[in-house]
Write a protein that binds this ligand. Structure first.
Ligand SMILES: Cc1cc2nc3c(=O)[nH]c(=O)nc-3n(C[C@H](O)[C@H](O)[C@H](O)COP(=O)(O)O)c2cc1C
Length: 442
């Protein structure tokens, strides 16, 4: 058996993940909406044999103060990701194509149809990042005054997923025969109505598409609150996590795999991919210089707004040397991100100013040589903290080019990463079995 191999997903976000990435000289002014620009990045990731590319999504413009909002690129100007994936299916042959879609503000029949379609269009390379969404601005675009309460949105997410998965099993594998001689297009014994009636949804089914090539498109999940982890442990093939210190990442890894086993799953079929941002250059000094030049471009108010957004508290009027304020009652933000930031602040005795500096300094980005980055990856991968990484790129295209040209060869030299694709579907790349239909034993 070949040694365990890393899984790498490329996380693409407009002009890059770092808030000032769009201001880097040479960054295309239309990076968020330019298909040629995005396709070029995806081609590079495919040439570097990444497992997949992932496009995040929001359903509205967050409520930042105007002096911050006007300085932010991605959340103001971004393409709808499943539309982009559809276009990418025609330009790529191997790489998996993963997009976010919200369970809080969509309907399951629509999402089942979109991702089944993407799986057919891509011949088995589609993945869905199941999110519960993040803020009130999104809710207001769907007829609600505020984001659904945390427990409600996770109950809805659980039911939403079950409906979607049920719809994907509408037709048994092979039930559509298109038998021209008899005139029977499909075998009626192989068709299943869902007939779902639950707390949030009533869906009759069946889905008007034969079973997706992967049986079920790959499921990614990134919520890290208690209910978020429980959902991931039950349904996810891949979990995206925030970048965490090694002991926290190990604890998360062990706990989510245990939880998956508790659902009767093989823990090896749940892959944990922490986020990893890098600025790489042949020497450490060069990498630090490159980052320092881009850091200059970041408005500190944008970094403060980032801390405020993920901590989920109002920091306006508080001095930089103050600690984070106590959480107000009824707070309804990303509970996982919030808990991680509060724990980080508590552990390090960090003030608001410290937290802002951490964001401005790249929020855990590894800034160094290819060997520095490969050492970090290897430590997490062999240390029970990761099955691979969700690689984000502070500014594009340079940090992506550097990762693929400098880090990937180093990972291959260490025998940690493939040098060619051996399968055809995203499940093949991830080493995951194709799920049987729930009706297979009927
Ligand atoms: C790497 C990563 C990517 C994410 N991408 C998205 C996204 O595209 N859209 C979104 O609404 N939430 C996204 N999230 C947020 C979560 O999926 C989740 O819905 C949110 O954190 C709330 O869940 P929680 O309360 O369980 O933490 C992402 C989180 C992480 C760590």
């Amino acid at each position: 058996m070949s040694p365990r191999q890393l899984h790498l997903n490329g996380f693409l976000k407009g002009a890059g993940e770092y808030h000032a990435g769009w201001r880097v000289p040479g960054s295309p002014p239309d990076a968020g909406v330019s298909f040629p620009f995005l396709a070029e990045q995806v081609r590079r990731l495919e040439a570097a044999t990444f497992d997949s590319v992932f496009l995040p999504d929001l359903l509205g413009v967050p409520d930042d103060p105007p002096e911050v909002g006007e300085r932010v690129a991605w959340s103001n100007d971004t393409l709808e990701p499943t539309t982009v994936l559809a276009a990418l299916t025609t330009l790529t042959r191997h790489i998996g194509l993963v997009a976010t879609a919200s369970t809080s503000y969509h309907q399951p029949y629509t999402i089942a149809r979109i991702f089944a379609s993407l799986d057919h269009l891509s011949r088995g390379r589609a993945g869905w990042n199941v999110v519960t969404s993040l803020n009130d601005a999104e809710a207001r675009n769907f007829g609600l005054p505020a984001h659904l309460p945390h427990d409600v949105r996770y109950r809805r997410a659980e039911e939403f997923f079950d409906v979607v998965a049920g719809l994907w099993d509408s037709f048994d594998d092979g039930a559509v025969r298109a038998d021209q001689a008899t005139g029977a297009f499909f075998d009626p014994a192989g068709l299943h109505w869902l007939d779902h009636h639950g707390e949030f949804f009533d869906v009759a089914g069946p889905l008007n598409i034969r079973r997706p090539p992967q049986g079920r498109p790959v499921i990614a999940q990134a919520g890290s609150s208690g209910p978020g982890r429980a959902l991931a442990a039950r349904i996810a093939d891949v979990v995206f996590t925030r970048a965490l210190p090694l002991p926290d990442a190990q604890a998360y890894y062990a706990s989510v795999k245990d939880q998956a086993a508790g659902f009767g799953r093989d823990p090896e079929h749940l892959l944990v991919l922490p986020e990893l941002a890098t600025v790489v250059a042949p020497t450490r000094a060069e990498a630090e210089d490159r980052f320092a030049a881009v850091r200059e471009l970041l408005d500190p108010r944008v970094a403060l707004a980032d801390v405020q957004y993920w901590a989920g508290v109002d920091l306006s009027g508080l001095p930089p040397d103050a600690p984070l304020p106590p959480l107000p009652p009824g707070n309804n933000r990303s509970a996982g991100a919030q808990a991680e930031i509060y724990a980080q602040a508590e552990r390090g005795g960090l003030t608001i100013g410290d937290l802002v500096r951490i964001v401005a300094d790249g929020d855990g980005a590894i800034i160094g040589t290819p060997a520095d980055v490969a050492d970090h990856i290897e430590e997490y991968f062999t240390g029970g903290a990761a099955d691979g990484f969700n690689v984000s790129f502070p500014w594009l295209p340079q940090t992506l080019i550097d990762f693929t040209e400098l880090v990937v060869p180093e990972l291959r030299r260490r025998g940690l990463f493939r040098s060619e694709y051996t399968g055809t579907t995203l499940r093949d790349h991830l080493g995951l079995p194709r799920p049987a239909s729930r009706h297979a034993g009927d």
